[in-house]
Design a binder for this molecule. Structure first.
Ligand code: 5GP
Length: 187
């Protein structure tokens, strides 16, 4: 039987990474797709693990060759999901998770109608603001920009098969895992 594809999206700071790490730790048979990007690696990021880091030219060549399941430009850099590793895993029955932005979700929905789309929502915009502030990685202006973007993303939540409110991390991670394992005819 083919593996499932679960696409996870949601605003910056909502805790998608934490939830996905929990889900991967509790089910080691799942596979998280490694995206390609033209963005420079951040300190500590490992090529092939966090992202496949490509030059703009290599990214364009791969895109023109039809090598991406989806791709998008975000904040001046390109990001894409290499198609072959995903289709190879699905055909071997492995369940796959993609963590991508809203533009990418729309393409996956068109290219892979069986994919399940999950939106991770903050309990409230205020909670998201506090989270971004306590993370300490953004200055107040950047937090404002991210919160404005979050409003747009929240407005798109209705497009998704499922919305998970990340209030209690353990509850939310269990909901995500249940969705990944849901039989294909039930979503
Ligand atoms: P960052 O630069 O912070 O790692 O990622 C920026 C944004 O790009 C995040 O919203 C992330 O979900 C999104 N992103 C990462 N990989 C992909 C991808 O393969 N495709 C798309 N469409 N978005 C991606």
């Amino acid at each position: 039987m083919a593996g499932s594809v679960t696409v996870v999206a949601g605003p910056s700071g909502v805790g998608k990474g934490t939830l996905i790490r929990r889900v991967l730790a509790s089910d080691t048979d799942l596979w998280l797709s490694v995206s390609a990007t033209t963005r420079a690696p951040r300190p500590g990021e490992v090529d092939g693990v966090d992202y496949v880091f490509l030059s703009a030219e290599d990214f364009d060549n791969l895109r023109e060759a039809g090598g991406f399941l989806e791709w998008a430009e975000f904040a001046g850099n390109c990001y894409g999901t290499p198609a072959a590793p995903v289709t190879d895993r699905i055909s071997r029955g492995v369940d796959v998770i993609l963590e991508i932005d809203l533009q990418g979700v729309r393409q996956v929905r068109a290219n892979l109608p069986a994919a399940r789309t999950v939106f991770i929502s903050p309990p409230s915009i205020d909670a998201l603001g506090s989270r971004l502030a306590s993370r300490g990685t953004e200055d107040p202006a950047a937090i404002e920009r991210r919160l404005a973007a979050a409003q747009d993303e929240l407005a798109a939540a209705g497009e998704f098969d499922c919305v998970i409110v990340n209030d209690d991390v353990e509850v939310a991670a269990n909901q995500l895992l249940a969705w990944v394992h849901k039989p294909a005819n039930e979503h």
